[in-house]
Design a protein around this ligand. Structure first.
Ligand code: GTP
Ligand code: MG
Length: 203
């Protein structure tokens, strides 16, 4: 799937503010600074489409991006949605999945939302807040996939070890694993796999 154009559409502070749900959507969520905005730029092959920052908590709104591709009809137009990061707070709060109410509303009620991508830093041991959030999605039967980010920052062996531990943590409470993708926005690794997954989900 080749991206023809990628354009910022609008920002929303809550579900009511969201643009009309007239295109299929894929949303990026995960802890602050995990690389959501960078991944959107990587997928869209646009340097500054979504705002990237080393200061956590940069994305505070729901940001919608319209994508058009060279694919045939059902997969030719869709949206990427950059959601505010969760868990950007003091250590005390880190234990709970305290994400934005607008985000919860959006995920639970947006009918055109096809899949939530949960981004996880590939260098970290499984974090309670991520596991809780994935569980929350599972309880709502919301289709989701996991994206391990920043794999360029460590060896493939180290990444594989983290993937194994994440799988173990998930299998402790569910029988099936969601799709898991390994990515780097620096090297663009994982991009073809993700675009293929998006295309398959659209068709
Ligand atoms: P918030 O909007 O604050 O929640 O952050 P975010 O999840 O959108 O993260 P963002 O894309 O802004 O990236 C945070 C920092 O990580 C930036 O300094 C990026 O350059 C860096 N970064 C993101 N992805 C990668 C990656 O794949 N590899 C490397 N080396 N750095 C990355
Ligand atoms: Mg961001």
């Amino acid at each position: 799937m080749k991206i023809h154009s990628a354009q910022f559409l609008t920002s929303a502070t809550n579900l009511r503010d969201c643009p009309p749900g007239d295109l299929p959507e894929f949303a990026m969520i995960g802890r602050s600074n995990v690389g959501k905005s960078s991944l959107i730029n990587m997928l869209a092959a646009r340097r500054n489409l979504a705002r990237v920052s080393s200061t956590p908590g940069k994305t505070r709104l729901l940001n919608f991006f319209d994508i058009t591709t060279a694919a045939s009809a059902p997969a030719s137009k869709w949206r990427l949605v950059d959601l505010p990061g969760y868990g950007y707070a003091k250590v005390a709060q880190e234990q709970r999945a305290d994400f934005n109410e607008a985000v919860a509303d959006y995920i639970e009620r947006r009918e055109t939302l096809l899949c939530v991508f949960v981004l996880i830093d590939s260098r970290l041991e499984p974090q309670r807040i991520d596991i809780d959030f994935i569980q929350w999605l599972g309880e709502r039967d919301m289709p989701h996939a996991l994206i391990l980010t920043k794999t360029d920052k460590q060896s493939p062996t180290a990444t594989r070890a983290k993937v194994d531990r994440l799988k173990q943590a998930l299998l402790a409470w569910r029988a099936e694993l969601p799709p898991i993708f390994l990515t780097s926005s620096e090297t663009k690794s994982g991009r073809p796999d993700l675009l293929r997954f998006i295309e398959q989900t659209l068709t």
